[in-house]
Design a protein around this ligand. Structure first.
Ligand code: C5P
Length: 222
């Protein structure tokens, strides 16, 4: 039973980390588990939405809980970029919950580098800013929501990203507070919208947070 208030909506959600390889065995990555985007997908499915989840590497035990959700598994930021663009046309709401690597090694070796051949320093290149590109390419009716994982004062950098990346809303969440952020089952955040709404979401499970985010976006008229 419960709320079926997302019936008819198609949600495109990204989650997890990306990996940017230096050679076949070494990469730049981050600790994102994919749990927040997975909770968003599960909550949306429960409320009647059609959900496509583009995810980076995730634990097998988590992937086993993705029944009913169309999944696209990717590894690099460029693969996530392509998968999001491919699935963009059908989406009503797009949520970038993924912790995308911001940089990649400037060159990738096709075979494993011997320890003696590893460089002393690592030249980096940019990866695409996926959410900024989605913001450019979306249709006016499509709503775009970002995440901002921050340390310290989470609000100012999130407001900056909301404007700079052309988002309709952003979820700012601290990653330097116990029981919040990467990997765990709990989180806390502040939801900021382009219209100026500012909704604090106190510490709760990621599934509870997902439902609060959908409640707030519906209430805001998304
Ligand atoms: O990394 P940053 O804090 O700037 O991320 C803010 C938002 O931008 C998040 O929604 C994230 O998924 C998105 N992002 C992206 N492509 C990147 C980096 C971040 O879409 N290369």
């Amino acid at each position: 039973g419960g709320r079926r208030d997302l019936v008819g909506k198609h949600l495109l959600i990204s989650t997890g980390s990306t990996r940017e390889f230096l050679d076949p065995v070494r990469f730049i990555g981050n600790p994102a588990s994919g749990k927040m985007g997975m909770a968003l997908a599960q909550a949306a499915l429960h409320r009647g939405a059609t959900v496509t989840l583009v995810h980076g590497p995730m634990e097998e035990s988590l992937k086993a809980r993705l029944g009913g959700i169309q999944t696209v598994s990717i590894t690099t930021a460029e693969e996530m970029h392509r998968a999001m663009l491919t699935n963009l046309p059908q989406a009503d709401w797009i949520v970038m919950a993924a912790a995308v690597a911001d940089v990649k090694p400037a060159t990738q070796a096709a075979t494993k580098l011997a320890k003696a051949d590893l460089p002393q320093s690592l030249p980096l290149a940019q990866v695409p800013d996926i959410v900024a590109d989605l913001s450019q390419k979306r249709s006016p009716h499509q709503r775009l929501i970002g995440f901002a994982a921050q340390t310290g004062d989470i609000i100012p950098p999130a407001l900056d990203k909301l404007q700079r990346k052309g988002l309709d809303a952003i979820v700012a969440n601290p990653i330097d507070v116990a029981g919040s952020g990467f990997g765990g089952d709990r989180n806390q955040a502040v939801l900021l919208t382009q219209a100026g709404d500012k909704l604090p979401i106190p510490p709760c499970t990621k599934l509870e947070m997902a439902h609060q985010i959908w409640d707030a976006l519906l209430k805001a008229g998304f």
